[in-house]
Structures are given as C-alpha cells and as structure tokens.
Design a protein around this ligand. Sequence first.
Ligand code: C5P
Length: 228
Amino acid sequence: MSSTPRTVIAIDGPAASGKSSTAQWVAERLDFRHVDSGSLYRGITAAMLRTPTAPEAWTGSKLVAQGSRIALRPERTSFSVLIDGESTEEELRGTRVTEHVSMVARMPEVRAWVNQRVREAAAEHDVVVDGRDMGTAVFPDASLKVFLIADPWERARRRLTQRLGRRPLDLEIAEETELLVKRDARDAMQTVQAADAVLLDTTYLTQEEQVERIVALARAVTHRPNIT
Ligand code: C5P
C-alpha cells in the first residue's frame, strides 16, 4: 500500500472544540473523507471495557491486542469504527468510555497503533483528520493545519445543547465546564498545536462560519479553486 497520503487537512484542538463536526462538514464540502482519531482511541477503550480485565490492569500491549477487533469501515465522506464487526457510535460516546479514554491515550503503544491506522486511512484518500496531535505527530507535512480553540464555558454550552436538545441552565453549564477543564488537563500532554497551524478561536463563530473559513483556507493551500 502506498504510504504517501494525498491531501491531508489536520484539525486539532481540545475536547468539545467542535473538531469532529467541523471536520465532517469540511470533508463533505471538499469530497474528502473524515478520519476521527479520537474515535479510534475510544474504540480501543470500548473493546477493552468489553473484556473482564479491570482498568487498573490495563497495559499498552493488552490494549493494542484489542486492535484486531476494530475495523474502520469507509463510508462516502467518513469512516465508521466497528468493534467485532458491529457499529458502536453510542457506546463510543458513552460516559464509561469517556472516563477511561484519556488514560488509554497516554500509552505510547496505543498512540502508535492509532497513528498507524490513521496513516493507512489517509494513504488511499484525501482526508480531513481530527484529533489532538494530527498536525504534529502524525502529519507534520499536512497541506493545512488548523488548531481550534473556544472558551470552556462556550464549549460546555454547545455540548449540552447538542446532548439535551434544549437550552441548558447556567448551573448545568458550570458543571459541564468543570468536567471539560478536567479532561483538558488529562489530555494536556497529547494536545499539541503545530507551529505552522492556523489558530481559529471559534467562541464567537457559528459552525457554518468555522466551516467556511477552513474551506477557504483549504482552497488557498490546495490551489483548487473549484472546491465549493
Ligand atoms: O476527540 P475525542 O474527545 O473523541 O477524543 C477522545 C480522547 O482520545 C481524548 O480525550 C484524548 O484523550 C484522546 N485523543 C488523543 N489524541 C488524539 C485524539 C484523541 O489523545 N489525536
């Protein structure tokens, strides 16, 4: 398999900064495929949680051994993570996986496994990849690197609005902000902004505006003015 990716757009940033949804929209606009590296960390965590081994006994090699149960199924503009051949979206986003995933993601063997899977996905297609270190550890030569940030309160508000389907109360936002700030701290080591990344603060942007800006940047760097 060729390991030279075609065009890679890397979108990194902290939890709930809107990376995945933005990356998905950008991929649809460009007719690229979206690769969500966080969903692979979540996949390996979920596969391990299905085993009887207690989290205290998890090691890098035990986790990577679960990797053979995980497949990335190409869709038109994305990849689905399957565990034992089944679709897993709800399980991957659940609280048990979210609680354990940062610890799993700190293990170097796991990081190497995820990075390899992401590179394989990018070898065959133009991709928009999102994560924490796509523009540094995995694709230092990406055509475009974007680092998304947003105020924690705003990130919490957006996440809750999506989850609850209504306007969240200030108290709920305060609790969610605390959880997000804690996860930021757990993920701090692996969240790295590339020196040549475009920093995009989305606190005061709508999702459409974020997507628009990244598509415009992509058009400029890939010299494909026909990208709409
Ligand atoms: O982006 P998402 O919240 O789904 O990522 C889940 C977890 O995977 C993060 O909290 C982080 O611990 C880890 N992760 C990472 N490096 C990436 C992507 C995700 O460490 N490139």
